[in-house]
Each structure stands twice: as structure tokens, then as C-alpha cells.
Design a protein. Structure first.
Length: 265
């Protein structure tokens, strides 16, 4: 039996090493192919169409609109290609109006603005970009309800679904912009909003086995937790895998920003 075990393990091939530069070079080619197909537009690629040969493109209001400029900034960081940088600037600046406090918005402001303007500021140091991030953070914080202790994720769902104050696990990604803004010239209260949101989410949005609800619904009067439901998972009592990943990232990030070890648990 021991010999069989030894033979079995000896037959396993070692994993091939991952060639980072090779993969990033491939990514660079794909980015340039995509740019050639997009043309002079503010529409950004979100997913492939059914033909698997063309892009499904969305406008700035889509929750994924910040990811494409973010990809371009990462690509520029690797290649130092000035043409890519100019495209990154162009697609980033298409999103500027999202930070306007007079326009509507929801929790997705973090995805939209921090992926784009966050990387833009990190790589250029342009103060205009920092001001837009801080403006976006202030706008996001307006969705915070102090009686509940979390940010309202979807204002549109209040009447549509009868969810007085709804908070989705995705929000754990978006409070990163609040932490950053509070430490880079924004109001220090943004830090408190982010911490309160993370703590309330940790308290009510997880089941005893560690899985998360997609949506936590709270009462707006006294802030009590009403129920946990799903909007995108299979069922209210199932785990939505993407949301679970949001939570893992969000609480790890919250620990990084606060050093509160409860977020690691």
C-alpha cells in the first residue's frame, strides 16, 4: 500500500511556473485590440455579446463603468505606454459628472469612481482627480443613515421591493473610497461612516456558518434588522458567491484601514 501511495505521488506532474510578464504582455495586446474596436466614445466594454465576437458596451451610469478605465491605468502602469495613458485619461474623465452632488447615484459610486479616478490619482498625482474622489465620497456618504448605521445601497429598491433601508454586501467594496478620502484631505467623518457600515454589516449580514446574505433590510425608524434576502443569488438562504468574495475583500480592507482585528474574524 505504501508503495502504491509513493508511486501515485511520483506520477503527479509539477505545476508549470506562472510567467507574469507573458500574461501581462498578452493583456496589453487585448487592451489595444479592444481600444481599436471602441473608437471615440465614452461607452465602455462590460461583457461579450452572444456572438462572442463583439463587446456589450455600457454608459457611465452602469455599475461597471469604472472598471475599464481602471484596467487602462493598470495597463499603463505596466507598459508606460503614453497612448494608453491618454486613453485612460479620456475614459476616466467621461465619469466626472458622477461625482456631482446634484445628480442621483447609489453605492456603486465606489466602483465607478475609485477604480478610475483612484488609479488616475495614484499614477499621476493630479490634484483634480483627488478632488473628484473626495466629492464622490461625500456624495456616497449622504446615503448613510445614522439610525441604521449603514449606507443605503439601492434607493430605487425602497419602493420597488418594499425594502425601507437596504444594504447589500457589495457595499463593503465601496467604503474603501470613504476610508481613502478621510485620510487624503476629506472630512474625517467619512472614516466613521465606513467603520459604522462595516460593523453593522458584520453584525447582521452574516449567518452563523459564515455565509452572507446579499441584502440586509433594516427599519428606517429605529434601525433594527428586518430580514436578509437575495436579489441575485439562488435564494434568500443561499450564499451568493460573488457577494461572499465582496465581503472577504471588504473586511480585509477594513482591517487594513483600522487595524480592528474583529474585521478579520
Amino acid at each position: 500500500m505504501c508503495m502504491l501511495v509513493v508511486m501515485a505521488f511520483s506520477s503527479i506532474r509539477p505545476a508549470r511556473s506562472f510567467n507574469v510578464n507573458k500574461q501581462l504582455t498578452y493583456t496589453d495586446r487585448q487592451v489595444k485590440r479592444t481600444l481599436a474596436k471602441l473608437g471615440d466614445t465614452c461607452l465602455v466594454p462590460r461583457s461579450m455579446n452572444a456572438d462572442q465576437a463583439s463587446w456589450h458596451k455600457v454608459n457611465k451610469h452602469d455599475w461597471t463603468s469604472g472598471f475599464w478605465p481602471g484596467i487602462l491605468w493598470y495597463n499603463y502602469e505596466y507598459t508606460k505606454d503614453e497612448k494608453i495613458k491618454q486613453q485612460a485619461i479620456r475614459f476616466t474623465e467621461c465619469l466626472e459628472s458622477l461625482s456631482d452632488p446634484k445628480t442621483g447615484g447609489d453605492h456603486d459610486l465606489g466602483f465607478q469612481l475609485f477604480s478610475s479616478y483612484g488609479n488616475a490619482y495614484r499614477l499621476t498625482g493630479d490634484e483634480r482627480y483627488k478632488r473628484i474622489i473626495i466629492s464622490g465620497a461625500n456624495k456616497l456618504a449622504k446615503l448613510y443613515n445614522p439610525k441604521v448605521g449603514t449606507i443605503l445601497s439601492w434607493p430605487v429598491m425602497v419602493k420597488k421591493m418594499g425594502w425601507p433601508h437596504n444594504t447589500i454586501i457589495d457595499n463593503m467594496m465601496n467604503i474603501e473610497m470613504l476610508f481613502w478620502a478621510s485620510k487624503n484631505g476629506g472630512d474625517k467623518k467619512l472614516y466613521d461612516v465606513a467603520v459604522d457600515h462595516a460593523k453593522k454589516t458584520m453584525q447582521y449580514q452574516f449567518r452563523p456558518d459564515g455565509s452572507s446574505y446579499h441584502v440586509a433590510v433594516y427599519d428606517t425608524i429605529d434601525g433594527h434588522f428586518i430580514k436578509g434576502v437575495t436579489n441575485q443569488g439562488f435564494g434568500d438562504n443561499t450564499m451568493w458567491a460573488r457577494g461572499q468574495a465582496w465581503g472577504i475583500y471588504g473586511f480585509t480592507m477594513s482591517y487594513r484601514e483600522t487595524k480592528d482585528t474583529s474585521f478579520l474574524r
